[in-house]
Ligand binder design. Structure first.
Ligand code: KIV
Ligand code: NA
Length: 277
């Protein structure tokens, strides 16, 4: 079984074969994503909204990211694993960025890290790469800056900001990133960026012309508690099945149907006899 490398992703772009990426936050999910042949698994800081019950990603800590990333990497044989750097793990300084990216590599055994931002994070990216750690970029809608952006909204909708996105993408490529997430940008803008870059673009709400796509696990499987953004697609409604399973279990216990003999341990008649005396 061949482990996916960052060089493989560049080759996929050159071959015009789409890259498939998904988020996963735990061992069993990562195991199934890997078995399905997903190319890249992102342990996203979207774990905050989807798993930890936070309203935004800003509350997610390094400790939370490391323990979940470790679970994902233990489950994964083939997919490339990317650890998402949480809020304030890289913003303060290049030194913080390198130490925290290093913690992802050393303690969680991920293959690469991802961080949000354009021109503002170029020196962070160069410092992390200089430490031998591959970096994935992320521009457009960057949820860690939602307050500055005025909410979770589409980016690059006028020609000025679209051009800014293109220039940021080129600067990030020059800084050495191996791939770039484009989140919530108009399809023609993502197309132009994808054509100009040698490294692959991975879109989420960025139209069909990116080199790859990423979706959030909880959105794909109907487990998201928020209303789905326009770009998310639900393939399976797992919450329906889980709710049904909980109700069946509850009914069985309340009506004493469970546990039955099949799910209980017995005592040999001999031992039972002795025990009862
Ligand atoms: O945290 C996340 O899920 C992400 C993807 C949407 C790219 O950053
Ligand atoms: Na993220």
């Amino acid at each position: 079984l061949h482990k996916v490398t960052i060089q493989d992703l560049i080759r996929l772009k050159q071959k015009d074969e789409p890259i498939v990426m998904v988020t996963a936050y735990d061992y069993p999910t990562a195991l199934l994503a890997d078995r399905a042949g997903i190319d890249v698994i992102l342990v996203g800081d979207s774990i905050g909204n989807n798993v930890l019950g936070y309203e935004h990603t800003l509350q997610v800590s390094m400790d939370e990211m490391i323990s979940h990333s470790r679970a994902v990497s233990k489950a994964t044989e083939r997919a490339l694993i990317v650890g998402d750097m949480p809020y304030m793990s890289y913003q303060p300084s290049d030194r913080d960025a390198v130490l925290n990216a290093g913690a992802f590599m050393r303690d969680a055994e991920v293959d690469a890290v991802k961080l949000e931002g354009g021109t503002a994070v170029l020196s962070r990216i160069k410092a992390i790469i200089a430490a031998g750690i591959p970096v994935m970029g992320h521009i457009g809608l960057t949820p860690q800056s939602f307050s500055l952006l005025g909410g979770y909204r589409v980016q690059g909708r006028d020609s000025g900001s679209a051009l800014r996105l293109l220039n940021e993408a080129l600067a990030l490529q020059d800084a050495g990133i191996f791939a770039l997430v484009l989140e919530a940008v108009p399809a023609p803008v993502a197309k132009a960026i994808t054509e100009r870059l040698e490294i692959p673009t991975i879109g989420i709400g960025a139209g069909p012309y990116c080199d790859g796509q990423v979706l959030v696990f909880h959105d794909i499987f109907g487990l998201s508690q928020r209303s789905l953004p326009k770009f998310a697609k639900r393939y399976v409604d797992l919450s329906k099945h889980i709710l049904k399973g909980f109700c069946m279990y509850k009914e069985d216990v309340k009506s004493r149907k469970f546990p039955d003999e099949e799910h209980s341990y017995s005592l040999s008649p001999e031992e039972l006899n002795k025990f009862q005396q």
